[in-house]
Design a protein around this ligand. Sequence first.
Ligand SMILES: [Zn+2]
Length: 184
Amino acid sequence: MRVKHPYIIPFIGLKLGTHTFEFELGDAFFAEFEYSEITNADFQVEVTLVKKSTMMEVTMDLNGSMQWPCDRCGETIEIAVTGTDHWVIKHGDHTESEEDEIWVFGPQEFQIDIRQRLFELAHLSLPARRTHDEGDCNPVVMSKMSELETEDDSDAKWIALKNMKLENPSDQLEDIEDWEEDDE
Ligand SMILES: [Zn+2]
């Protein structure tokens, strides 16, 4: 049976001690969030729950890969993603906000909803540099890019021209036209 939100850990029936759970995060998981940066992902998460009489410790280890357009050339590459999250859940008189390193659960709680935490862990685990290794980018795209960079240089000339104060505006126009011809 397919459960819509299976990203919960029911702890109430568990014995004291260590328990592990496996979760898969793919596109269906991230599509349910409004602001997800992640597509074409295949992540596995192992969640370790250590249940003690007065508290619980939760550790999540994420491993997987994601298809991503290289930030330099745009060609799809596979990016390895790993990350870890850890927090403590204490038992209290009432449930407090579930945001920090310590959660407080009131007596009515019976399960841990890790969905939001998984989403955040996945995004925090994305590497900042998402490009091919140096020299592995698509050569056609890279040579086109260097052409565009040359054109950017002529933009700089235009800006310099605009800032020039010539006494006769028609002289300025002629100068610009000459410059354009030089570029050809
Ligand atoms: Zn590239």
